[in-house]
Write a protein that binds this ligand. Structure first.
Ligand SMILES: [Zn+2]
Length: 560
């Protein structure tokens, strides 16, 4: 048996054998699980039309084309249009939640067709399939090309009412004891005093090393890793768009390389593994209405799915799911300029403008920004997208960009796609339609699924019950200690601590961490401690409740 908490050394040292047996919990008996391993791959912000576009450009079927089994309805608790946070939360937890929420229950303002949540579900942390896999002693991993604290990966590893709480998200991710974490976001491990972005003074980078993690920061070192637990932090913030990466940061690995390495490391675990892989920037490409960025990042995702399918086909006991969380950009093959001229829409004529594109609009705007003149715009577009654009187009890009401020690059595709290509876009935001679902392996679903069904498919395949898991990992502390006292110590506001006095003992549980201090001793917990400011409630693992009470009963099993 492997102990997965970052603090795995501590409880055995301090508690001795009897207590270790007492607190280790029941080893969950699996009810004939269908799959040993589960790999979920998410192309953020994408739908069928983008897949068709990428397939034409590739000139061959996409790796996941043969496995389209149905569709996913993407609406969230409070909107017909999903944000990535609640969309991924549904995939991770089986609970449909509200805009910007990360794996906590919804607020009561729901759309028609979505029941108003009962009081005890509102804002409360709900367990994820990654947490369930870990309790089954499986290895776990997340891979993304954004910061690993961005909405989609966050939903698998953290619980908070706002996706922008990335300090809290990274702290929880670190204390979840995940075996493999690959992506961007190194600055969130490092305190401000050392030029990072942590506001709590913690140096999680050093903490990870102390717990025996290897930390790798480039593709050469990633390639060399052969075993053990690894944090791959390949950029201070997000990684590069795929189309720019090979020129600007060739030391960053591709999504496929990260996926293959994650599978190689995780598949050494005889108990199996759970892995989530996100093609994070497909969404940003569509937000930007940028076909060059879209094709390169979507085809990078295609190769990552191919890597997962290669493994699953060899292994025979791996469920692979591939889908998007929602569509973005309202992309279409065809625009107003292609009306009525369909016979001219031959493959190479249609693809020609995209074949010549060499840079993302993000990179092009970086080159335009210091010198915002029409001459500069024309020169950069000529070099990046091989288009000879008119002065008025350049002028229009500059004036739109000024109004878009932080997302100025979005002006480029918006102005140029209708005039110089035959693809269309309706929005710089998200869309509410169903998205295609692809699945391979034991336990694969079919038909039209609601987004929360994805989590249930994963949990069923691995043989556990998400509701039982939530009850075991997230007990409302005040409810568990009506005979005692539960207080929030916020004397250091960046490092709040749940303090519990009961059964003649006092215990301290730092929020966003997985440890409990009683007397001079620190014990590792099987889940993270979550505080919800909206309700002023703290949630702690049942294991912590039992430790404080000195209870001798085994923890409840999570099998159905
Ligand atoms: Zn998204």
């Amino acid at each position: 048996m492997r102990l997965k908490s970052p603090l795995r050394k501590w409880p055995l040292l301090v508690l001795g054998i009897a207590a270790a047996v007492l607190f280790a919990g029941g080893s969950p008996a699996q009810a004939a699980p269908k799959a040993k391993n589960v790999i979920v791959l998410i192309a953020d912000g994408c739908s069928a039309e983008q897949y068709t576009f990428a397939r034409w450009f590739k000139g061959a079927p996409l790796s996941f084309d043969p496995y389209r089994v149905g569709a996913v309805q993407t609406y969230i608790a409070d909107s017909v249009i999903a944000d990535s946070a609640p969309a991924a939360s549904a995939f991770a937890t089986g609970v449909r939640t509200s805009d910007k929420f990360i794996s906590v229950g919804p607020h009561p303002d729901t759309i028609s067709g979505v029941p108003v949540p009962p009081e005890d579900l509102r804002y409360r942390p709900v367990a994820t399939v990654l947490e369930g896999a870990r309790l089954l002693k499986k290895s776990t991993g997340i891979v993304a090309t954004s910061r690993v604290t961005h909405a989609t990966p966050a939903a698998y590893v953290a619980h908070t009412v706002s996706r922008s709480n990335e300090n809290d998200i990274m702290e929880q991710a670190v204390y979840q004891g995940i075996d493999v974490v690959f992506g961007g976001g190194r600055r969130l491990l490092i305190p401000k005093e050392l030029k990072g972005q942590r506001v709590d003074g913690a140096n999680l980078y050093e903490a990870l090393k102390g717990w025996g993690y290897q930390i790798v920061e480039n593709r050469q070192d990633l390639e060399k890793t052969g075993s053990g637990r690894v944090f791959g932090m390949f950029a201070p913030s997000h990684m590069d768009p795929e189309i720019d990466r090979s020129r600007l940061h060739p030391d960053q690995p591709t999504l496929e390389e990260m996926t293959r390495k994650a599978i190689e490391l995780l598949s050494r675990d005889p108990d199996g593994f759970f892995l989530m892989v996100e093609g994070s920037q497909v969404d940003w490409a569509c937000h930007a209405n940028d076909p060059a960025y879209l094709l390169s990042d979507l085809l990078a995702y295609d190769r990552a799915v191919a890597a997962a399918l290669d493994f699953a086909k060899r292994d025979g006991r791996t469920l692979v799911l591939a889908m998007s969380d929602h569509n973005t950009g309202g992309f279409s093959i065809g625009n107003q300029a292609s009306n009525g001229i369909y016979p001219q829409m031959k493959v190479e004529a249609f693809l020609d403008p995209f074949r010549k594109m060499q840079a993302s609009s993000v990179r092009m705007w970086e080159l335009i920004a210091p010198d915002r003149t029409t001459a500069r715009v024309k020169a950069v577009v000529k070099e990046g997208w091989a288009m000879d654009i008119a002065d008025e187009d350049a002028q229009q890009i500059l004036s739109l960009a000024a109004s878009y401020k932080d997302s100025a690059n979005q002006a480029i595709g918006e102005v140029l796609c209708p005039k110089y290509t035959y693809v269309g876009w309706t929005t710089h935001g998200h869309c509410g339609g169903d998205v295609p679902l692809h699945a391979f392996g034991p336990g694969k679903p079919s038909g039209v699924l609601a987004a929360p069904d994805i989590a249930r498919v994963c949990a069923d395949a691995m043989g556990f019950d998400l509701h039982k898991l939530t009850q075991r990992l997230f007990v409302p502390a005040a409810q568990a200690f009506t005979d005692g006292r539960v207080t929030m110590d916020q004397s250091d506001p960046a490092n709040p601590v749940v303090t519990i006095t009961a059964a003649g003992k006092t215990a301290e549980l730092p929020v966003n961490q997985s440890r409990l201090k009683m007397g001079e001793r620190m014990y590792a917990l099987e889940g993270v401690v979550v505080y919800v400011p909206n309700t002023d409630k703290a949630y702690i693992p049942l294991q912590a409740v039992q430790m404080i009470r000195g209870a001798r009963t085994a923890l409840p099993k999570i099998a159905p």
